[in-house]
Design a protein around this ligand. Structure first.
Ligand SMILES: Cc1cc2nc3c(=O)[nH]c(=O)nc-3n(C[C@H](O)[C@H](O)[C@H](O)COP(=O)(O)OP(=O)(O)OC[C@H]3O[C@@H](n4cnc5c(N)ncnc54)[C@H](O)[C@@H]3O)c2cc1C
Length: 638
């Protein structure tokens, strides 16, 4: 069954017959015959790859080898008119620009951009705009200072608004044959700016939409529920399928995050990770365009090595996914309960002492293993907060357990409440009534999709960190140091996608440390670099802030030897990135990368094989500074 491209449909019938391809947009492909008369879009040959360009760098518009305007126009004609040359969203806030020529200032449009800027939908629906503006070099953010200058910075020069596989193939072939940097943008949520690059041709997969539910999807080793999903499909596009078909589908918490882009390729956690594993563990089949421009299938029977690598190897590394098939589950009810306490006064009660607050946090941590063993999720935050003129720390957690009623969750958590009461916390605790959330990620989507923090780090805390009173106390001390001394916010996600879950296949490239982790924790910088009012923090200061956070994360690393970090919510600039994101899987991933991308076509910061390239001349200063994308991608000189 094929769906018309660019149209998002939920089919009301249960589909039994599976054709080889998932969507109509995958039927439209580039043929060898078309390329005979147009060498600029000829395919590459993985068995006999032409040597990579001898040039040390990818071409830029300043180079002689950059295609002429006529060549771009011809390319656009062959594409059928989907080539875009977008300028940054915030252009109307500037008098002076290097991307438009002349004055572009428009107060009304600038105000509109400013007011929408904190909402990810604005960025997700734009061909180039992204969440992590720092990675552009903050080259064109909305400003109240119109006399500063807007430039293209780390944004791509051209974008292909892909609506067919043919568009993706042509983009890959044109970029490879012309030695142009290629980037892939889906929802634009990536925390490390892996979705942009200066002087590049961007493949925008946002409009490769489609989602189709199958009650009885059958492969050589699977029979059951499945969701077939296109590359541009976002979490919110799938919500109605879950209710229509009474099914559970693992989705990112953020409504505008893509389902099969960075999320599924990097691992993908959901409310059900302790029960059904990561999303990557439930991918049945992948369709993608590889670096030679060919359209391939990767599943347990075909291109097994690519199939393994795509599930955990990370977005933007091995090819451009056009669709995936993901196992779905019977509707799995969740019930949840939340607890909150603070050092700030509340409801006429004095705030907790700081020591008691941290004792409470440790008490919660001591339930980590039990939450995971129940197949549940603990979703907590420790934030610096204010009340009137006072500042303090506030802890909130929502604990969701599958297959439990509200009263059973309450019963499960009663010992925790009793212990909190014993240490004097229940006096000032906010104890929300337990509520049921049948099959949705309400607890997660509550954090919203707004553009916030720009500095992030992550660590997978292991079962051993939760196993004994002394390890719990060490864990508490490490988190306390990060929050109190560092001044950062903390976000703990207690879940365990172990080898024992009901996942389809855990033999994939995800960091092995996930399997024994009890908590995936993130640290955030509390203030972000641009708040809509103040000028952007200078890049040198941003780099210092980045280094500072790295130094505070060191303490987390010290108590989690051999563990790693979640690449989708971690710092791609961490010095130990190979170990941090893949551990022992890195070497095998490098082999797959060499086989399927001998040209180094797909490059992202902290990606597999990314140490072979660097961004030169950026405002951030590369790996030793803040790795911004507003420079030229060049081979590292050995
Ligand atoms: C508000 C919010 C909520 C989140 N919630 C969760 C959550 O619940 N669980 C979780 O695990 N993570 C979550 N994340 C992290 C999320 O997984 C990452 O930000 C992820 O990289 C987003 O992928 P994307 O494709 O939507 O975004 P993009 O930024 O567009 O892409 C991310 C990376 O994937 C590559 N890519 C995108 N599409 C493709 C494709 N079709 N083929 C090949 N490469 C591609 C891009 O080049 C880039 O390198 C959340 C992030 C935010 C900001």
């Amino acid at each position: 069954m094929f769906l018309p491209s660019l149209t998002f449909l939920v089919l009301p019938t249960f589909l039994q017959t599976i054709t080889a391809l998932n969507f109509a947009f995958e039927e439209i492909q580039l043929t060898e015959a078309e390329t005979l008369s147009n060498p600029s879009i000829r395919f590459g040959d993985l068995n006999n790859p032409a040597p990579p360009s001898a040039e040390p760098c990818k071409v830029t518009p300043q180079d002689q080898d950059w295609p002429t305007d006529t060549e771009w126009a011809d390319f656009n004609a062959t594409l059928g008119g989907v080539l875009l040359k977008p300028r940054p969203l915030a252009l109307p806030c500037y008098n002076e620009t290097t991307v438009g020529g002349g004055s572009t200032y428009n107060a009304t449009r600038c105000e509109a951009v400013k007011s929408g800027w904190g909402n990810m939908a604005l960025h997700a629906n734009d061909p180039i705009s992204v969440r992590s503006q720092w990675a552009t070099g903050d080259s064109c953010v909305p400003t109240g200072q119109p006399n500063s200058k807007c430039s293209q910075g780390g944004y791509p020069v051209y974008v292909i608004n892909a609506t067919t596989v043919r568009h993706v193939q042509m983009a890959v072939n044109f970029a490879r044959n012309k030695n142009i940097r290629v980037v892939v943008k889906n929802s634009g949520h990536d925390f490390n700016g892996k979705n942009i690059g200066a002087h590049s041709l961007s493949i925008w997969v946002h409009n490769l939409k489609g989602a189709e539910y199958h009650a009885d999807y059958t492969t050589s080793n699977y029979a059951g529920r499945a969701l077939v999903v296109g590359a541009g499909t976002q979490a919110s596009d799938v919500y109605s399928i879950r209710t229509t078909y009474n099914t559970t589908i693992q989705l990112p918490g953020g409504a505008t995050v893509g389902v099969v882009g960075g999320y599924a390729q990097g691992g993908g956690h959901s409310s059900y990770s302790s029960l059904y594993g990561l999303t990557a563990d439930n991918v049945l089949r992948i369709h993608a365009v590889t670096a030679d421009g060919k359209f391939v299938t990767a599943d347990p029977d075909t291109n097994q090595d690519l199939y393994w690598a795509f599930r955990g190897g990370g977005g933007g590394n091995f090819g451009i996914v056009t669709s995936m098939v993901i196992a779905a589950f019977p509707q799995t009810p969740l019930a949840s309960s939340s607890i909150s306490f603070s050092t700030l006064p509340r409801a006429g009660q004095p705030g907790l002492s700081v020591d008691t607050f941290w004792q409470g946090v440790e008490t919660y941590f001591s339930y980590g293993i039990a939450i995971c063993e129940e197949g549940g999720l603990g979703y907590d935050f420790i934030r610096h907060s204010t009340s009137g003129n006072s500042t303090g720390l506030t802890f909130t957690v929502s604990i969701s357990l599958p297959f439990k009623t509200a009263s059973e969750v309450r019963e499960f958590l009663q010992p925790l409440r009793d212990q909190l009461r014993e240490i004097g916390i229940m006096r000032s605790v906010q104890d929300e009534s337990t509520n049921t959330t049948p099959d949705n990620d309400a607890s997660i989507s509550a954090i919203g999709d707004t553009v916030h923090h720009t500095l992030i780090a992550s660590r997978l805390f292991q079962r051993s960190n939760f196993a004994t009173p002394s390890s719990l106390s060490e864990l508490r001390a490490a988190v306390r140091y990060f929050v109190e001394e560092g001044g950062y916010d903390f976000h703990g996600q207690t879940y365990n996608p172990s080898l024992e879950t009901d996942a389809y296949d855990t033999d994939n490239a995800v960091h092995p440390g996930f399997r024994t982790a009890i908590m995936h924790a993130q640290g955030y910088e509390r203030t972000h670099h641009w708040d809509g009012v103040e000028p952007v923090v200078p890049v040198a200061e941003q780099a210092q802030r980045h280094d500072r956070m790295q130094s505070y994360i060191q303490r987390w690393k010290e108590i989690t030897p051999g563990s790693g970090s979640y690449m989708n919510e971690g710092d791609a600039q961490t010095k130990d990135w190979k170990d941090a994101f893949w551990g022992e899987n890195y070497e095998r991933l490098e082999g797959v990368k060499r086989k399927f991308d001998p040209w180094g076509m797909f490059w992202v910061l902290g990606g597999v094989g990314s140490d072979a390239w660097e961004v030169r001349g950026s405002s951030g200063g590369g790996r030793e500074g803040l790795f911004t994308q507003d420079g030229t991608l060049c081979k590292v000189e050995i």
